[in-house]
Design a protein around this ligand. Structure first.
Ligand SMILES: Cc1cc2nc3c(=O)[nH]c(=O)nc-3n(C[C@H](O)[C@H](O)[C@H](O)COP(=O)(O)OP(=O)(O)OC[C@H]3O[C@@H](n4cnc5c(N)ncnc54)[C@H](O)[C@@H]3O)c2cc1C
Length: 268
């Protein structure tokens, strides 16, 4: 079983985030990390492999794949810490400014290249990147690859060449299945990502990351990056702070202060 997990390097949600004057997400190496929702995708892939019998496990591989500049290696190192077997970064200056379509084109081309080396059975993504929040790269990748897509899985299993998921809708849980190879996205309810252990943290520092360029995955520079973007960020401005925020420091009487606030504002 070979599973590719596309992972995104995003600004830490606890960091001071912002946009560049061109409206792009400001990205720096220092506070970038693995998109938290992609940890669920990595965990799901590891659990699928761990459930296989010993012989199948021995020939299985979980590959973390990112599209981004050298700083994005930080996301791959984190994926190594969680337990992936190998990591690939598709990086090229021409990718800068890629919109969701170009990003999906790049991810799909990298998956196709990996598949040509050793067949890929599954692509598992997170349900969204916490900076772009498009929630669309998964579907676009499936479309580019011409593969079935099963999105927003809260449970996932693979057996006899079929992937089956549960998908929680409002008051209904759907069970969907598709033949592999397929593209699946998982929610944050699908599992609890494991904490990296010390041994993996140490090993992740020196693990090899395979770096591919656009020509390695058969893409021309014109089909990605700002030059290929179908939509443009026209303006962007930080949201002004909310004026009516009343902060209560809880020194044991926070509950009373909250009740007082609700009464004063006629909210009860
Ligand atoms: C009009 C427009 C202009 C933009 N311009 C820029 C720009 O100039 N510069 C810029 O940096 N960004 C830009 N972006 C953002 C860029 O399109 C997104 O960062 C990227 O397309 C991924 O989309 P997302 O973050 O919404 O991912 P989602 O669709 O929310 O991600 C879903 C899943 O796809 C996978 N995934 C997403 N991105 C990657 C990746 N890079 N590598 C591997 N797996 C991935 C992950 O598994 C993730 O959980 C722009 C977006 C728009 C809409």
């Amino acid at each position: 079983m070979r599973i590719v997990v596309p992972v995104k390097h995003v600004p830490d949600i606890h960091s001071d985030r912002g946009l560049t004057p061109e409206g792009r997400v400001r990205r720096g190496a220092e506070d970038g990390t693995l998109n938290e929702l992609d940890e669920n995708a990595v965990e799901a892939a590891l659990q699928i492999v761990e459930a296989l019998d010993e012989a199948e496990r021995a020939t299985s591989e979980v590959v973390a794949l990112t599209v981004g500049p050298v700083e994005a290696d930080a996301a791959l190192r984190k994926a190594f810490q969680i337990g992936v077997d190998s990591a690939v970064r598709l990086g090229d200056d021409a990718l800068a400014g890629s919109d969701v379509f170009a990003t999906a084109t790049a991810v799909a081309a990298a998956v196709r290249t990996l598949d040509a080396q050793t067949p890929v059975d599954l692509v598992i993504t997170g349900m969204a990147a916490l900076d772009g929040l498009g929630s669309v790269v998964t579907s676009l990748v499936a479309a580019e690859l011409g593969l079935p897509q099963l999105t927003l899985a809260s449970r996932l299993s693979v057996e006899h060449g079929q992937v089956e998921i549960e998908r929680d809708l409002d008051g209904v849980t759907e069970v969907l299945s598709a033949p592999t190879p397929a593209v699946v996205s998982v929610t944050d309810h699908v599992n609890t990502p494991r904490y990296p252990n010390f041994k993996l943290i140490m090993a992740a520092r020196t693990k090899e990351i395979t770096v591919l360029g656009l020509s390695d995955v058969g893409l021309a520079p014109e089909v990605v990056g700002a030059q290929a973007a179908r939509a443009t960020v026209v303006t962007s401005a930080p949201r002004p702070p909310r004026p009516d925020v009343e902060l209560v420091t809880d020194k044991g009487e926070g509950g009373l202060a909250l009740a007082d606030y609700l009464i004063r504002n006629d909210l009860v």
